[in-house]
Design a protein around this ligand. Structure first.
Ligand code: AMP
Ligand code: GLY
Length: 425
């Protein structure tokens, strides 16, 4: 079959790498892709917002299956349009993607179906939001309702900070994504990511991971899209996985179906493991980036039938085999990220760095220019390893990373620290 992947990040590079290994595959295309994907697939300059162009391309190339990586095209209804045109797609409808597209929608769903999550209020008027924050006290969390490229969440340490965040969001800092906001209780515990594939009815647990969201070592500094991850997450033991499925995932899948918004695709639950158990921080309607890169390193099964089963409603007939090993990945970003950074700097020695066994360098913000690889984005490379322990996976990933010659890049040096402390115990 012919497959088109939509996206350009490290997540999509790892998905493309995995899909390229499928015996079911004839031709593989990625739109728009990045500088690391050219050997795996044909890169196509398509704008995912332009649904007509995507459909025309699919007809021209006889595309049988489209895999949508990022959230924006999903919230924008690309999956709906493909389904209307009888093209199979991995990824939820716009109505189901509201789980990521509107934080208020998800909080209301949690309230209706008894899903454990932080206490909250939804507001479009600053005065009411501030009153609610004052009644709860700091620390308190203020969130723009809509998609804000991972920047719409403010953990306010004081009420002054909360009030400023409320004014900024409702004042238009995030455009229409901030026409409404959620104010919610601050949860304490350890964060974990849990993934399930679902066809709207059946679920297939699809791995756990832990991300490192802050830009600085020791989890300090501003939030980013993620500076590194490992899978599995030790905090997600059998009992915690089973509680998460029973208390959070199944009520969501059933609730979404009951609301006339059946969810098909990958459901990514951002969890806080509190002393009461798992609580939902947020849902994403796509794979995590960089978590996906670790999952793809560990997945032993052919991914294509699994993704197709989500579209076909046959996930109950599927199983996935996973490596017992641990995968860890370190993000290299352009100096300055998540603020401003220089573009089009050259990255050297990538081939040698990526040549070790059980190392994959997935690209994110790169492009190929002749023989050169140039950095074009904030998060640029994902150095990903597979090894017996987190300690060993960390050593292998940084050994590869240290061979890369890119003076304009940086990384955190402590990816995996929580799990490594556990391994020492
Ligand atoms: P998000 O952009 O929704 O992933 O949120 C970014 C980060 O903010 C999360 O990964 C958490 O670390 C933190 N966060 C969000 N909501 C809460 C909450 N209610 N309590 C504590 N931390 C939170
Ligand atoms: N790494 C977090 C995310 O993909 O949202």
């Amino acid at each position: 079959m012919n497959i088109l992947v939509i996206g350009s990040g490290g997540r999509e590079h790892s998905l493309t790498w995995k899909i390229a290994q499928s015996p079911l595959l004839d031709e593989l295309y990625v739109a728009p892709g990045n500088g690391g994907m050219g050997d795996l697939a044909t890169l196509v300059n398509l704008d995912a917002d332009n649904h007509d162009d995507v459909i025309t391309f699919c007809r021209e190339k006889n595309i049988n299956f489209v895999v949508i990586g990022p959230e924006a095209p999903l919230v924008g209804g690309l999956a709906d349009r493909l389904v209307e045109e009888n093209i199979k797609v991995f990824g939820p409808s716009a109505k189901a993607a509201a789980l990521e597209g509107s934080k208020g929608f998800t909080k209301d769903l949690c309230a209706k179906y008894n899903i454990p999550t932080a206490a909250y209020g939804r507001f479009s008027e600053a005065e009411k939001a501030k009153k609610f924050a004052a009644a709860n006290g700091a620390p308190i969390v203020i969130k723009a309702d809509g998609l804000a490229a991972g920047k719409g969440v403010i953990i306010a340490e004081s009420l002054d900070q909360a009030n400023d965040a409320i004014d900024d969001i409702l004042g238009g800092q995030f455009g229409s994504a901030g026409a409404e906001l959620v104010v919610e209780e601050f949860l304490t515990g350890e964060e974990a990511s849990f993934f399930v594939l679902t066809d709207g009815k059946n679920i297939l647990p699809f791995g756990t991971a832990q991300d490192h969201k802050r830009v600085g070592e020791g989890d300090t500094g501003p939030n980013t899209g993620g500076m590194g991850a490992y899978s599995p997450a030790p905090v997600m033991d059998k009992n915690m996985i089973s509680r998460t499925i029973d208390e959070i995932i199944l009520p969501t899948v059933k609730g979404m179906a009951a609301e006339g918004r059946p969810f098909k695709g990958v459901l990514f639950a951002g969890l806080m493991i509190t002393n009461k158990g798992p609580e939902l921080i947020e849902y994403n309607v796509r794979f995590g980036d960089p978590e996906c890169q670790c999952l793809m390193m560990r997945l032993e099964s052919d991914i294509v039938p699994l993704l197709i089963a989500c579209a076909d409603g046959t996930l109950d007939q599927m199983n996935a085999n996973w490596s017992d090993q641990v995968s860890l990945n370190v993000v290299m970003a352009a100096k300055g990220y998540p603020g401003g950074y220089e573009k089009n700097t050259e990255i050297k020695n990538l081939d040698a760095a990526g040549s070790a066994e059980n190392i994959m360098i997935f690209h994110a913000g790169t492009k190929k220019s002749g023989d050169k690889i140039l950095a074009t984005g904030g998060r640029v490379l994902n150095i990903t390893s597979l090894a017996a322990t987190v300690t060993e996976a960390k050593r292998a990933a940084y050994a590869a990373l240290d061979k890369i010659n890119w003076p304009e890049g940086f990384c955190r040096r402590d990816i995996g620290w929580r799990a490594i402390e556990r391994e020492k115990e």
